[in-house]
Design a binder for this molecule. Structure first.
Ligand code: ADP
Length: 462
């Protein structure tokens, strides 16, 4: 089977979030399973700087081979993509994002005419490539594209690609598509909605999130549509890269360990405490948090419980970057309780690895979490996750391998933290929870097999 991945991000060329990891890893696993995969991305500034050598097909199309079997094609347009960032800067999203990504979607389709790779499936991702299923059944519904099936994966329904209605004409689509049954959404253009209607199949990044997006609470206004397309919607957990996230070989951590010498994890804890200026004589449980500082991630709930949490025999190291509101909130927390909360406002890959390895537990009080990588990463480092029961967190964490709270309320979070603090005091029981996590397998190999089943279903659709 030939699968063309179209996306706005893929590691190692352009990355802002989990999407880049999926598009950077899944094609490699599919190739291992005997499938033919290729990737198509915009040629951003960051791509130029990636250190790869690029060949040119035309002024507009470049490519590079990341493995013997996988070619990555790039659409070049410096006016649209030769910028510092992918979606926007400190002033906000780029105002021409509709133009940028509708251009990309059309060029990705036109690419197929010019290369020796006619896909059976185009695997689209999020709103930036959601127009591909729309175009392929409308403007590009001709002979060359006949028979190509589309899968749209929704990585986070909270981001839909909404634009003022005046911009609809720039899409080159018939005006009749700006309607309730098309891309219109409360008077605006909604690109993701178009993809959800037109894609042959839909997927999202965990089974629980696939159910949640059909509810009013998590549907961001598209729950009705998601319910209508329910029979086409699948939930497949993301994997993580087991070479990058590995307590036995991680280049960033102080001491390597695995099931047999799990106690060596504590050397990483000591080193992390030293690096972050955390002094405690006592054997105090150390919680970590690594994540984007956005409302979704549950910082508000955590801070609302902080007063009580600060009274417990526990310390917290937080690494995050995002909305200034949360930067300030967390900094004032650290000022108030300097011996309890250690805040790092930045994006720091190395420190992230050290936190995953050095902490005893990882906090993920996200209000919603389509898949979540942190909890799967923490399992790889025998770090015990503490999560709210939502989305992918529900599908990966249970009472045997972590701590989980079921009502999104301050008291319930507090109870879960208290439970972890108490459990930590029983070293044998704690060690058993750690080992449960280390034994799990959330590698891409597992997820790729699920995607392959889905692709097989997809090509059999009439
Ligand atoms: P999302 O895609 O919603 O941001 P995920 O849990 O799916 O959340 O993925 C987040 C990824 O980004 C994880 O690999 C996490 O380690 C990493 N990450 C998030 N914030 C930071 C940060 N400040 N420094 C280093 N890594 C970070």
């Amino acid at each position: 089977m030939k699968i063309l991945f179209c996306a706005s991000e893929a590691a190692p060329f352009a990355k802002e979030g989990g999407l880049a990891d999926v598009v950077g890893s899944l094609p490699l696993e599919l190739s291992r399973l005997g499938q033919e995969a290729a990737i198509c991305l915009p040629f951003y500034k960051s791509v130029k700087k990636s250190g790869y050598k690029f060949s040119t097909i035309s002024e507009e199309i470049l490519y590079t081979d990341i493995t013997k079997n996988i070619r990555v094609y790039f659409i070049r347009n410096d006016k649209y993509f030769g910028r510092e960032h992918i979606y926007g800067d400190a002033q906000g999203d780029y105002i021409d994002n509709l133009e940028r990504f509708s251009f990309f979607c059309q060029k990705a389709l036109e690419l197929i005419e010019k290369i020796n790779f006619k896909p059976d499936i185009i695997h689209c991702n999020d709103w930036q490539t959601a127009l591909i299923p729309v175009y392929i059944k409308t403007k590009y519904a001709n002979r060359i594209y006949k028979g190509i099936k589309t899968l749209l994966t929704i990585h986070n329904l909270g981001y839909q690609g909404l634009f003022p209605k005046e911009q609809f004409l720039k899409l080159g689509l018939d005006v009749s598509l700006f309607s309730l049954e098309g891309l219109e959404f409360y008077g605006k253009v909604n690109l993701l909605k178009g993809g959800i209607i037109y894609a042959d199949l839909l997927s999202t990044v965990s089974p629980t999130y696939a159910k949640e997006i059909q509810t009013q609470e998590f549907g961001f206004g598209l729950d009705g549509l998601m319910r209508r397309r329910n029979s086409a919607l699948y939930g497949i957990l993301n994997g993580i890269d087991y070479k990058i996230w590995n307590s036995a070989s991680d280049k960033f951590i102080f001491r390597h360990y695995n099931l047999k010498n799990i106690k060596d994890k504590y050397a990483n804890k000591e080193q992390l405490k030293k690096q972050c200026g955390i002094n405690t004589k006592k054997d105090t449980i150390l919680f970590g948090f690594v994540g984007r500082l956005a409302q979704q991630k549950g910082i508000d709930l955590f801070v609302s419980a902080a007063e009580e949490i600060a009274r417990l025999e526990a310390q917290f190291i937080i690494l995050g970057y995002g909305q200034e509101y949360y930067h300030n909130l967390l900094n004032s927390l650290a000022q108030k309780y300097p011996k309890k909360f250690f805040i790092n406002i930045k994006f720091d890959e190395e420190l992230a690895h050290r936190i995953y390895a050095g902490c005893d537990a990882l906090m993920m009080p996200s209000y919603y979490e389509p898949c979540g990588l942190g909890q799967m990463i923490s399992f790889r480092y025998a770090t015990v996750p503490l999560v709210y029961a939502t989305g992918g967190l529900s599908d990966t964490v249970n009472e045997g391998n972590g701590f989980i709270f079921y009502r999104y309320a301050q008291q319930d979070l507090l109870n879960a933290v208290l439970e972890a603090v108490n459990a930590y005091k029983n070293k044998e029981a704690w060690s058993n929870i750690m080992k449960e996590g280390l034994k799990l397998d959330f590698s891409w190999g597992q997820s790729a097999k699920r995607y392959l089943e889905l692709y097989k279903r997809l090509i059999n659709i009439r």
